[in-house]
Structure formats: structure tokens, C-alpha cells
Design a protein around this ligand. Structure first.
Ligand SMILES: [Zn+2]
Length: 233
């Protein structure tokens, strides 16, 4: 889904983010300085980052890159890995704006540029500045790969729609990481998901209950929700 851009969006950006320039022809590209002032949970941040936002043909989620290298420099100066700073090293150092399931939810919504900036881009850069100031992530964080996908389930509302999207995301990630999706489906059919099994979420070989415990909790919650909503497995 490509980003939508209408006259309201153009007006919104011109007023709120005057240092961002829009190339309105399709696919849309926005580049310049994102100068923001945001408050979440009573914590106020004013900061600015040079960025590009690009809508890409054949791809669901727009790509956002911090071109000013502030994040990279911070990571290097503090001995942090870029992946741990939510930067995607396999995709032109783009920003990891949200959990994978959220990308699926986004795909269903077909949102415009204004919402994309306010709901995804500003919170991402806010959280980076927040981390720089406090050494903590503003909203917690998920593990990488399948671990993160599984963990994220605990943070979403349990509607039938989210469950379907969640399972699609898990299947995609299992393919991407060469993991066995059927294992998870089998777990959902068990009477009780056993923590004595080998952890399927990482490659440690440890018992699930001793290893990525949050992913086990997530699967148990998922099973409970599927059973109570009577979704067929
Ligand atoms: Zn594990």
C-alpha cells in the first residue's frame, strides 16, 4: 500500500513540519528536517532529525531513514549495536518503526501521510531521544525476529482480527527465519502448552520455560483467547 497524500496532508506538513519537503508525485518522497515537540506520559522532548520518508512500490510499509547519522553516531559513541537501537541494518539503515504485527495492521488501514508521521515517525524519533536522555526505551521493547513477534502478542487487543493478523505475521517470520510454523499451530491444539519443550523461539536449545519465557506466556495467552473466542485452529 503506498502512502496517501491529499491537500490536507500537504497543508499539515507545511504548518507543523515546515522543514520537510514533499515530492508529491508517486511514489511519494518526503525529505528534510523533522523538528518535533512531543509529550508522552508527561515526558516532553524537543528534538530534530534529518530524515527521508519514502513510499516504495510493492512494499507495505514506507521506508524511513535518518540521513543525518545522529543515531549511528550515538550508537558508536555508546558501544551499542544498531539493531538494538531499532535500526534495520538489512534495509538501508531504515528505522524499525513498530512491531511486525503492527505493520500488518497498518496494511489494512491505508493511512495517509499525516497519520503516518504522527503515529509512527514522531514516536520513533521521540523514543530515540528519550533513550539518549534516560538510557531507557519509552515503551519497552521486543526481542529480535520471532521472539519479538511472539512477545508483541501480549500488547494487542484480543479480537479475532488481531489473532488472524498475528498468526499471519508469525507464519511470515517463521518462513523468513527458517523456523517451523506448524510447531506453533500444534501447540495451540494441545490441552496445555508445555514449558518443558525445547524453546522454539531462539536457538539456545534450552527448555522453553527457562528460556524465552515471555514468548511462552504469549502463546498460552493466544491459546486461551482462541479457545474463548472459539476460533477454529
Ligand atoms: Zn529461547
Amino acid at each position: 500500500m503506498l502512502l496517501n497524500l491529499n491537500n490536507k496532508d500537504i497543508e499539515f506538513i507545511r504548518i507543523k513540519y515546515p522543514l520537510l519537503k514533499i515530492t508529491p508525485k508517486s511514489p511519494i518522497k518526503i525529505a528534510g528536517t523533522l523538528k518535533f515537540h512531543a509529550i508522552y506520559n508527561d515526558y516532553e522532548i524537543r528534538d530534530s532529525y534529518d530524515i527521508t520518508i519514502e513510499s516504495i512500490q510493492g512494499r507495505i510499509f514506507p521506508r524511513v531513514v535518518e540521513t543525518g547519522n545522529k543515531l549511528k553516531e550515538f550508537a558508536i559513541a555508546n558501544g551499542k549495536k544498531l539493531e538494538d537501537m531499532h535500526i534495520n541494518i538489512n534495509d538501508m539503515f531504515s528505522a524499525c518503526l513498530c512491531a511486525p504485527i503492527q505493520e500488518k495492521i497498518y496494511e489494512k488501514q491505508n493511512i495517509g501521510v499525516t497519520n503516518f508521521i504522527e503515529k509512527y515517525v514522531v514516536p520513533f524519533f521521540y523514543s530515540q531521544s528519550y533513550y539518549k536522555e534516560t538510557q531507557k526505551w519509552a515503551w519497552g521493547e521486543y526481542g529480535h525476529g520471532i521472539v519479538g513477534v511472539l512477545e508483541s502478542y501480549l500488547d494487542y487487543s484480543r479480537s479475532e482480527e488481531t489473532i488472524v493478523l498475528f498468526l499471519q505475521t508469525l507464519e511470515d517470520y517463521c518462513k523468513k527465519y527458517g523456523s517451523n510454523y506448524n510447531f506453533y499451530l500444534e501447540q495451540l491444539r494441545q490441552k496445555k502448552i508445555k514449558g518443558r519443550n525445547t524453546c522454539p523461539a531462539c536457538s539456545s536449545g534450552n527448555r522453553w520455560q527457562k528460556c524465552c519465557i515471555k514468548t511462552l506466556e504469549s502463546m498460552r495467552k493466544l491459546k486461551e483467547d482462541i479457545d474463548s473466542l472459539k476460533i477454529k485452529k
